[in-house]
Design a protein around this ligand. Structure first.
Ligand code: CP
Length: 307
């Protein structure tokens, strides 16, 4: 059974096809409104979410399907000690496809090995968030007109930011991308991604702690929240959480066609004064996520022979 746990579970061709389907959904939504009639998506969220869960649910409703699920571990039998494996087997009796978020890295993978229906990783710990990456890619494509040939800066918590890890992996499939890693020393991109993705694929990258010095070079700026929930020390989190705050002043030397992305939720990393700047793309990114999730649900249900 085909599941999507890591963004690299999808080939470049498949990602490009998903983007094409999402763009067609945007142009012709009525064509897709009955595609999943009678089918059920189960959203199994063991960790809080606003965008991912509700965009999956919205995506399934807009495909004519239905949704079941839970939004916290406390309201599921996980609170009584039920395993992820058993949960996946049980939900396979009720639904046609699962979207799962879990605080533990690898939990959606375990679910996929025990489910008899496709499982989509909706974010697992500090590891991966493939459908956020699909949203990011569609946003870059729509804003820049291409997924090749630009300089992208990743700023903030590059250590725990699973959306950063997934997006860098996906970008390794595209051509001529320069990566600028902007973070405090304590929150640098893990070595396994630098060596296993950037070095392995010959992607040029630089590391800096200084956003202002590199902002004029960027075509895309991917801001991230410092992931307080993954810190062991509250004191360390409080010291680092406001390391980078993007303000109109800091954008003065940025390119006029810079695309500013953020997976959200935003805490303090981007001043609300930037929201009306034409370079701010983070709310468009939210909407793009729904279209890409629609495209992915369609693909996996088709491959499973459900539709
Ligand atoms: N971007 C993202 O994953 O947001 P949520 O945590 O609200 O789902």
């Amino acid at each position: 059974m085909r599941s999507v746990i890591d963004i690299l579970d999808l080939s470049k061709t498949e990602i490009d096809e998903l983007i094409a389907v999402a763009e067609d959904i945007i142009k012709n939504p009525a064509k897709y409104s009955e595609k999943c009639r009678g089918k059920k998506l189960a959203t199994l969220f063991f960790e809080p979410s606003t965008r991912t869960r509700l965009s999956f649910e919205s995506a399934m409703y807009e495909l004519g399907g239905n949704v079941i699920g839970f939004s916290s571990a406390q309201t599921s039998s996980a609170s009584k000690g039920e395993s992820v494996a058993d949960t996946a087997k049980v939900i396979s009796c009720y639904a046609d496809i699962i979207a799962m978020r879990h605080p533990k890295e690898g939990a959606p993978y375990v679910a996929s090995k025990n489910a008899s229906i496709p499982v989509i990783n909706a974010g697992d710990g500090g590891h991966n968030h493939p459908t956020q990456t699909l949203a990011d890619l569609l946003t870059i494509k729509r804003e820049k007109g291409t997924l090749n040939g630009y300089t992208i800066g990743f700023c903030g918590d590059l250590k725990f930011g699973r959306t950063v890890h997934s997006l860098i992996s996906a970008l390794s499939r595209y051509e001529n991308i320069n990566v600028v890693l902007i973070s405090p020393d304590e929150l640098k991109l893990p070595d396994y991604i630098k060596k296993g993705v950037l070095d392995k694929n010959g992607m040029p990258y630089t590391e800096t702690t200084d956003l202002e010095s590199v902002i004029p070079t960027l075509d895309v700026l991917y801001m991230t929240r410092v992931q307080g929930e993954r810190f062991f020390s509250e004191e360390e989190y409080l010291r680092l959480r406001d390391s980078y705050i993007l303000t109109p002043e800091k954008l003065e030397n940025a390119k006029s066609d810079l695309a500013i992305l953020h997976p959200l939720p935003r805490v303090n990393e981007i001043s609300v004064k930037i929201d009306n700047d034409k370079r701010a793309c983070y709310f468009k990114q939210v909407l793009n996520g729904k279209y890409m999730r629609m495209a992915l649900i369609l693909k996996l249900l088709k491959e499973a022979g459900s539709i």
